[in-house]
Ligand binder design. Structure first.
Ligand SMILES: Nc1ncnc2c1ncn2[C@@H]1O[C@H](COP(=O)(O)OP(=O)(O)OP(=O)(O)O)[C@@H](O)[C@H]1O
Ligand SMILES: [Mg+2]
Length: 383
């Protein structure tokens, strides 16, 4: 059942239990008695339903004091462990918007709308229905947490603008170079100068589109994985070597330390993981910093660690960096930042190999990305 249907169901049931009915709470029998009408005996199945819902429900009496709330509401509005019953809504949930809707409902006017609340370090967005109870007996607030939906909407919006930007830049420069080359009487030097650059920009575009296709395939579980015996230490060492020139150019010390380690996996896909992690580390590490790549083999597991002394990831962003299209702050990357799919692809590949990936990071200190693979054969044949 969707959240909207739950809301409709709750309101329908609430209507059947009308006339000052208030959600029953477990303790304080004398207060329950004062909040409950004599007309409708409480139905324990309804209590169970309310407790099981992930839709928050708060009942108010005619004066706007909280008479009951369910478990979901306690989690959403941070009510757990607080003295809530009998207190005015605004005292326990510090939101003027919610309070305004509650007071409107107490005055007989139902409403539905969004309520944003700061909670912890991430804002929460709730969709709230405020409904008056019959005969002025109070009001019922029904809230659904739409934070995740809002974040996804934001990620999608950002993605469209990031991809458009990523495509427009090389396309404009290709266009400009072609115009120059195609100008009647263009010098042959123009050809020599611009054609190789057009090739570079075209390759960049192809790579970008490949990245997007990879992600789409991984999410549709269609990323082909050809399993074989991989000398992981050698693979990582070779990749580190290919980054040496880039690291030197950026004045970043790139080091590799590896124990002999073998994996059952797809060499190309595993290479993608290593490349993505080193690329990110170099991109976010300023001159003078260092990037350390390590392969460790323990009994039954192989660990890849990419550690940098770069700018780190803000605490609140850490849980989201593996989500597709998540870019922490586009303005901060030393080079132009990407479109936020690299780590999503990394996670898909690692998990398809039966492994796990995690990050620890401290702002201004650096980040450590760790992938742990099982060294033995595993069950999932492909992504
Ligand atoms: N080593 C790191 N140090 C600091 N921030 C990082 C690091 N690795 C990733 N991030 C942050 O996590 C975000 C997501 O990384 P991800 O690799 O998915 O995307 P991207 O590098 O921006 O783009 P893409 O990989 O698609 O080219 C990055 O935008 C960056 O803000
Ligand atoms: Mg990346």
């Amino acid at each position: 059942m969707s959240a909207g249907e739950w809301v409709a169901a709750i309101l329908a049931v609430a209507a059947a239990f009308v006339a000052g009915w208030a959600l029953r709470r477990p303790a304080q029998p004398e207060e329950v008695a004062s909040a409950q009408p004599q007309t409708a005996p409480a139905d324990s199945r309804f209590d169970d339903l309310l407790a099981a819902l992930d839709v928050g429900a708060v009942a108010l009496d005619a004066r706007g004091n909280v008479t009951a709330f369910n478990r979901a509401a306690a989690a959403m509005f941070d009510l757990t462990g607080k003295a809530v019953l009998g207190r005015a809504l605004i005292e326990v949930v510090p939101s003027f918007e919610l309070d305004r809707r509650a007071r409107d409902a107490l005055g007989g006017k139902a409403s539905r709308g969004d309520v944003a609340m700061p909670a912890g370090h991430r804002a929460h967005n709730f969709s709230v229905v405020a409904a008056p109870l019959r005969d002025g007996a109070g009001a019922l607030l029904i809230a659904t947490d739409e934070t995740r939906l809002r974040e996804l909407e934001r990620a999608r919006r950002d993605f469209v603008s990031n991809v458009s930007h990523e495509l427009r830049t090389p396309l404009s420069s290709i266009n400009l170079m072609l115009e120059t080359v195609l100008t009647p009487g263009a010098e042959s030097e123009a050809y020599d100068l611009f054609l190789p650059r057009i090739k570079v920009e075209t390759d960049r575009l192809i790579e970008l589109v490949e990245h997007l296709l990879e992600l789409a395939r991984a999410e549709g579980r269609r990323l082909p994985v050809r399993r074989g015996d991989v000398d992981f230490r050698e693979l990582v060492c070779e990749i580190v070597e290919t980054f040496e020139a880039r690291a030197a150019q950026a004045s970043v010390r790139l080091r590799f330390r590896g124990e002999p380690a073998r994996l059952s996996g797809d060499r190309d896909r595993l290479a993608q993981v290593v490349v993505n992690l080193i690329e990110n580390a170099l991109r976010h590490t300023p001159a003078g910093g260092s990037v350390d790549v390590e392969v460790e083999a323990a009994s039954g597991s192989v660990t890849l660690r990419v550690r940098d002394t770069g700018e780190g990831i803000p605490y609140g962003d850490v849980p989201y960096v593996f989500e597709r299209f998540y870019v922490v702050d586009r303005s901060r990357a030393r080079e132009s930042s990407g479109i936020g799919v690299g780590l999503a692809i990394v996670r898909h590949i690692v998990e398809a190999h039966g492994g796990s990936v995690a990050v620890e990071s401290e702002l201004g200190v650096g980040s450590v990305f760790t992938c742990v693979f099982s060294a033995g054969p595993h069950s999932r044949p492909e992504i």
